[in-house]
Design a protein around this ligand. Structure first.
Ligand code: ADP
Ligand code: GLC
Length: 481
């Protein structure tokens, strides 16, 4: 008998994406062995999904669900892709807005509390009883709680296990106990520090971490880091208490989607054999497209990122003038905090033939940057896994990273003596350490081109497809059932 697994998440490629969570939810399920597992995915149906995507989804049925003392509409849409069944929960009063996530804390909580309860409520309706519900991030933190508090009283739900994967501990879904209690109608004893309460607020992620049968996060190093005060975001106590149920499984990326040999977004395809001749053509094309100096010999460093403190942009901001004193170009693609958008706008004006600041979201440009650049900069303050550096490795673009979380687990630092490594890294969150590491990379790039190219060989040979990690998830599913 196949084991039934249900993924519940707030975003997933190709339907809706704001960051790496969507890449994982879009690519992990299809790498789970279909001979032994029936994996399905449930997502919200956001009004802001693109028209062509919405046109694919077909209406299945609807019902009403008691939520926040009202009878709320729950529509179910569905779609099958690459053998995976996707369900979408529809209610436009919760999932409207121009972006999947909004700024109003309480509305966000309400949106995802509704989603979490609806995920459980649709199961008898779609006639799918999962053995495991695999929840992702705080938006689905209430699923294990609702299951325990309410649904398990019903025969259909009895014995369903849950796994909670932490993609980013920074976001927890916190709000006042009083309002969350009213919203969820959980009895008061759920709001104690050993359950949903943390530092006087109710905390949805914490609820998930307390009630989930197993906990995972997206790299081994991050799994260790979050048990410490610096990375634990105030939940290190709980994560230590649950250390036996916590494991780190490093993310993979979709090797079909991110493949320089077949990528439709890049002008010149290449592979591990011909990158020495072909990759550079992508650099020339991008220099021309972005209107920066056309000099194929100049080292080009790329950044594709949410512009937030997490990603180390204060270090970069601090060192922009120093970096740009050197013979390098910087190509940025990202959106986020205004101070960083303005910072990059300023430097693109100041060094207009060396800096290109693209402050928007573009799948196409992101692929062109992974293909065209020589190096990729990602000096994160913390990084649960990070996918951009995996994409860079795959395209032979050498990552320059800080040794934290998944960056530490996936980028092997260059060793000049033994001629090993796939990128460059530094340990301390310090702007000068970052600068020195960038300059070390520049030296190898300009003075030891053969070494640089051998590093590209190793980077492109590294395997961060889902092959190995999907097996580790399967092991966890088997252990849980
Ligand atoms: P995080 O999930 O913390 O944002 P990851 O490195 O795990 O970081 O994943 C980021 C994903 O989002 C990658 O697929 C990256 O290419 C993509 N991305 C980030 N910013 C943009 C952007 N402005 N345009 C296109 N893709 C982007
Ligand atoms: C989060 C993390 C990132 C990780 C992604 C997917 O957004 O910030 O490090 O790669 O989730 O797991």
């Amino acid at each position: 008998m196949k084991k039934n697994i249900l993924f519940a998440a707030s975003e997933g490629v190709p339907f809706i994406k704001t960051g790496g969570l969507a890449d994982v939810v879009g690519s992990l399920p299809k790498n789970i062995d279909t001979e032994y597992y029936d994996v399905r995915v449930v997502l919200p149906k956001y009004v802001c999904m693109s028209q062509p995507i919405k046109a694919l989804l077909t209406y299945r049925t609807h019902f009403t669900m008691d939520f926040n003392k009202k009878n709320e509409y729950v529509g179910i849409l569905e779609y099958e892709l690459d053998g995976i069944k996707y369900y979408f929960i529809d209610n436009e009063s919760f999932f409207s807005g121009i972006h999947p996530y909004g700024n109003d804390g309480y509305l966000e909580i309400k949106k995802f509390a509704f989603f979490s309860k609806a995920v459980l409520s649709i199961l008898p309706v779609i006639d799918f009883r999962p053995d495991i519900i695999h929840c992702h991030d705080w938006q689905t933190g209430l699923i294990p709680v609702y299951l325990n508090e309410r649904f398990q009283a019903n025969e259909f739900f009895r014995g369903i296990k849950t796994a909670m994967t932490i993609h980013n501990l920074k976001f927890q879904g916190k709000w006042s106990v009083k309002e969350i209690q009213e919203l969820t109608e959980f009895p008061p004893y759920f709001f104690t520090p050993d359950k949903l309460e943390a530092y006087r607020d109710a905390n949805l992620l914490k609820g998930g971490l307390v009630y989930a049968s197993a906990i995972t996060t997206v790299s081994e190093t991050y799994a260790e880091e979050i048990k410490t005060k610096f990375y634990g975001e105030s939940l290190e106590g709980l994560l230590n208490a649950r250390a036996n149920d916590l494991r780190g499984i490093v993310n993979g990326i979709d090797y079909d989607e991110f493949n320089p040999a077949t990528d439709k977004y890049i002008p010149f395809n290449y592979d591990a054999r011909n990158f020495r001749k072909e990759k550079i053509k992508n650099k020339r094309a991008l220099q021309e497209e972005l209107g920066i100096r056309q000099d194929e010999k100049m080292m080009m460093i790329g950044i594709v990122s949410r512009l937030t403190d997490q990603k180390g942009f204060d270090l970069i901001a601090h060192m922009m003038d120093e970096i740009l004193m050197d013979h390098v170009q910087l190509v940025i693609l990202g959106t986020g905090e205004e101070k960083y958008e303005n910072m990059f706008r300023h430097y693109a004006w100041k060094y207009n033939d060396k800096v290109s600041a693209n402050l928007y979201y573009s799948e196409a440009l992101s692929h062109k940057i992974y293909a065209a650049c020589d190096a990729f900069l990602m000096p994160s303050l913390f990084e649960p896994c990070g996918l951009s550096q995996l994409m860079s490795l795959r395209y032979g673009t050498l990552p320059i990273v800080r040794e934290t979380g998944g960056l530490k687990d996936t980028v092997e630092p260059y060793n000049e003596i033994y001629s090993t490594g796939t990128g460059f890294s530094f340990l301390n969150y310090n702007a000068h350490e970052m600068l020195n590491t960038i300059r070390f990379a520049e030296r190898i790039y300009y003075d030891k081109k053969r070494e640089w190219n051998k590093m590209i060989d190793r980077a492109m040979a590294a395997n961060f497809s889902w092959q190995v990690s999907a097996l580790k998830y399967q092991e966890m599913y088997d252990w849980l059932i």
